[in-house]
Design a binder for this molecule. Structure first.
Ligand code: TLP
Length: 354
């Protein structure tokens, strides 16, 4: 019997991290001028670092292998063991970095606000009295866009209210901007404006921008100098890394404005899921759609058997992410595969979605 699935394209909506470099990006990588970056001699890495520092209005930047390392270096360089840092609920630094903040920086994380978002008064309320019984609170981490909320944008006004209190109380501010470019494109607010209140900003090239590897952390020259040492300590000093930086430079030139397509695809996906009777958590701000489903295991089985990959992000909540390798036709195809899956699961049209 012919395998009817054999010719079917796999639609991978698990994350925007799954993209593969495009042929022109690979050509740019192949042409990259390189040198030994541990000696600071890789021209492509230097160019990428200078370019991102300039885009974010910071003095300096450092190319690192991952968003996780970018965040962890920012914490390590700006806190002392035993400090408390503040972060929103389900922050990536707390939930998805394998305990790095505790293991590498020795900090405790206290969450504040609701659903990943908070305001200045939440920061003030989370501070301890000045008393030696309490660990000092020394840094606030903001995540924009916020992953577990489904790529929602942290409103600039709320960031400014957080920053005002943080400054007044002498706290450092770190922005986990793994998907800052999505916030930039969705709002039209420049990256430097988003970055301005922060001492350090991490941003990824390997999410919506479609590079295979790489993140950049930006800060003052002095803070970057400290991070440079910790990057070496963690084994993140890379040699002819210009091959990777070239992918990032290519992505900055060609893959930023097109994020608007991903956002439009997410909105279409969200509308289609609603039409299928599924409970979409909120209208997507950027490139993610979160929706509820009681029988997650059944959903995964039915969709995977149709070569559609979507992962849960919380109990009973699935996350679909649009990206460079998903076009408008793929979104319609994904919706058709979900509709078929729901019929299989329910024996009829979908009804009792959460
Ligand atoms: N997030 C991944 C998973 O780890 C959840 C994803 O698929 O969304 N900060 C934020 C806000 C992130 O969402 C991520 C990746 C990172 C940092 C870490 O980046 P990498 O994977 O490069 O270490």
């Amino acid at each position: 019997m012919p395998d009817i699935l054999a010719d079917m394209k796999t639609l991978d909506l698990r994350s925007d991290t799954v993209t593969r470099p495009t042929p022109p990006m690979r050509e740019a990588m192949a042409r990259a001028e390189v040198g030994d970056d541990v000696y600071g001699e890789d021209p492509s890495v230097n160019l990428l670092q200078e370019r991102i520092a300039r885009m974010l209005g910071k003095e300096a930047a450092l190319f690192v292998p991952s968003g996780t390392m970018a965040n962890q270096l920012a914490l390590r360089a700006q806190t002392q063991h035993g400090d408390v840092i503040l972060a929103g609920e389900h922050a990536h630094v707390l939930q998805y970095e394998s305990g790095g903040a505790a293991a590498l920086s020795g900090v405790q994380i206290k969450t504040l606000g609701v659903g990943g978002f908070f305001d200045g008064p939440d920061v003030r309320a989370a501070l301890h009295p000045r008393d030696h019984h309490y660990a000092p609170v020394t840094l606030v981490a903001v995540e924009n866009t916020h992953t577990v909320s489904g790529g929602q944008i942290f409103p600039l006004e709320r960031i400014r209210s957080v920053a005002e209190v943080a400054r007044e109380c002498g706290l450092r501010l770190h922005l986990d901007g793994a998907r800052l470019w999505n916030a930039v494109v969705a709002t039209g607010i420049p990256a430097a404006t988003w970055a301005e209140p922060f001492d350090s900003v991490s941003c990824c090239l390997s999410k919506g921008l479609g590079a295979p590897v790489g993140s950049v952390v930006s800060a003052s020259a002095e803070t970057i100098e400290r991070m440079h040492r910790f990057r070496k300590m963690l084994g993140g000093g890379m040699r002819q890394a210009g091959v990777l930086a070239a992918a990032g430079l290519y992505a900055l030139d060609h893959h930023v404005t097109r994020l608007a397509d991903d956002h439009a695809h997410a909105r279409r996906l969200s509308a289609g899921l609603r039409e299928l009777g599924l409970k979409v958590r909120s209208e997507p701000d950027t490139n993610m759609v979160l929706f509820g489903f009681d029988d997650v295991r059944g959903f995964l089985r039915a969709t995977r058997s149709r070569k559609l990959l979507i992962d849960p992000i919380a109990r009973g909540i699935l996350r679909a992410v649009t990206h460079l390798d998903v076009d408008a036709a793929d979104v319609e195809d994904a919706l058709a595969r979900i509709a078929e899956s729901l019929i299989e699961l329910r024996g009829s049209a979908p009804r009792d979605a959460r």
